[in-house]
Design a protein around this ligand. Structure first.
Ligand code: SAM
Length: 237
């Protein structure tokens, strides 16, 4: 019997059995917390193993946004947001972008996620269903595109712009990848891309990693939250 077989039979298998017995006695909530702890540790590992240099961490999402806002607020920005929901982040960007010819386009089904995000969660997570209701934002530069990304993006034409800012807050791997792939021809050095849920490596980070590999584009980290969950990147080549 080789070494691996011995450890599998006498160590790994009883240990796995023990874990299932332990799990059966734990609450779903407790397991969810353990999973979350692992997720954040893996995120730290992912950042460390990638080339992203974390020089400074900031407190919250507004501070992550503001590092980019300072650089682009007076320019003719095309701001594209994937995953609008109630329009909280769209409202923020509408208030900070000053150029009269800036454009803010939001993409969402307004009917929630196309599939469950956290199937193992203790509570079945809200799918963000707005029953089709589009947020009201008093800014003529803001426009919403209602529908599934795949369908809407197939006919969407990007208006002329000086700087492209993309905010990805669709939670899911396939939704994020779909947006990135459609925008591939327009993503170039100077384009900013934000992710809102990096702690789930199987979703937004996985889509970003695949996009970088397939496109060959390189990015630098621009700003990041203390928890590393939310971050802005800039395309550098
Ligand atoms: C986390 S919420 C967005 C929150 C918003 N950015 C904010 O800060 O208030 C995620 C949104 O993504 C949308 N979404 C995810 N995948 C989608 C897809 N493939 N097509 C259209 N909408 C999608 C959902 O409808 C949901 O409203």
């Amino acid at each position: 019997m080789d070494k691996e077989t011995i450890s599998q039979r006498f160590i790994k298998k009883p240990f796995k059995t023990f874990l299932t017995l332990l799990g059966a006695r734990m609450s779903a909530n407790c397991l969810h917390w353990l999973q979350m702890i692992i997720n954040y540790m893996k995120l730290g590992r992912w950042m460390a193993s990638s080339d992203f240099q974390i020089k400074k961490r900031v407190r919250d999402r507004a501070e992550v946004f503001d590092v980019v806002v300072k650089q682009v607020c007076d320019k003719k920005v095309l701001y594209l947001e994937f995953g609008v929901h109630r329009g909280t982040s769209m409202r923020y960007w509408s208030s900070v972008l000053k150029h009269p010819e800036a454009k803010l386009h939001g993409f969402d089904s307004f009917e929630g996620l196309p599939e469950d995000f956290d199937v193992d969660g203790p509570i079945v997570e809200s799918t963000h269903d707005r029953k089709g209701a589009i947020p009201q934002i008093d800014d003529s530069r803001v426009k919403f595109f209602k529908g599934w990304f795949e369908e809407v993006l197939s006919t969407y034409q990007l208006p002329e712009h000086d700087v492209l800012v993309i905010v990805l807050d669709a939670d899911l791997y396939l939704s994020t990848l779909c947006a990135l792939n459609h925008l591939r021809p327009y993503i170039k050095p100077g384009t900013f891309i934000y992710f809102d849920e990096l702690s789930r490596l199987d979703h937004e980070p996985r889509a970003f990693a695949r996009f970088m590999k397939e496109s060959g584009l390189r990015f630098r980290l621009v700003s990041i939250e203390n928890s590393l969950n939310r971050a802005f990147f800039e395309c550098v080549k």
